[in-house]
Design a protein around this ligand. Structure first.
Ligand SMILES: [Cu+2]
Length: 140
């Protein structure tokens, strides 16, 4: 037989679990195409492209981040994960942090092992908190 305080504790644990679950399923906003301005949170924008037209082998995704005044920004962390939506998990890269080059451009090597539609999921974070999840699609 549970005491009243244990029931309250159990209820609290269930409430916390319920609050945590939707975060896992949080949606990744579909981004516009290469060279288009993408909004990140309330204070940032970015544009992305690849070092060359993506094809079999390694292509490098490049992100130029800007603050609310349109100045180049480098104070966010970005983590990327590439995969094929049609065969989810088969070639998933896992979470890979972008590296900043000397010009303040964020770089992520993407290993393309099959022709078809590819997706890159992006998580932007400031300090430890996530400010935006997004995804982009491209064809090889
Ligand atoms: Cu595949």
């Amino acid at each position: 037989m549970l005491t009243k305080s244990k029931w309250i504790l159990l209820g609290l644990i269930l409430l916390i679990l319920a609050a945590l679950l939707p975060a896992e399923e949080e949606e990744f906003k579909l981004l516009p195409g290469i060279g288009k301005t993408c909004k990140i949170g309330d204070d940032y924008t970015f544009v992305y492209d690849f070092d060359k037209t993506p094809k079999m082998g390694t292509s490098i995704l490049r992100i130029k981040l800007f603050d609310g005044k349109g100045r180049k920004a480098t104070d966010l962390g970005i983590v990327g994960q590439s995969d094929m939506p049609s065969m989810r998990g088969a070639h998933a890269s896992g979470d890979v942090p972008f590296k900043l080059n000397k010009k303040g451009v964020y770089l992520l090597p993407v290993n393309i092992v099959m022709p078809g539609e590819w997706e890159i999921r992006l998580v932007f974070h400031k300090d430890k908190s996530v400010i935006q999840r997004a995804r982009l699609l491209f064809n090889v």
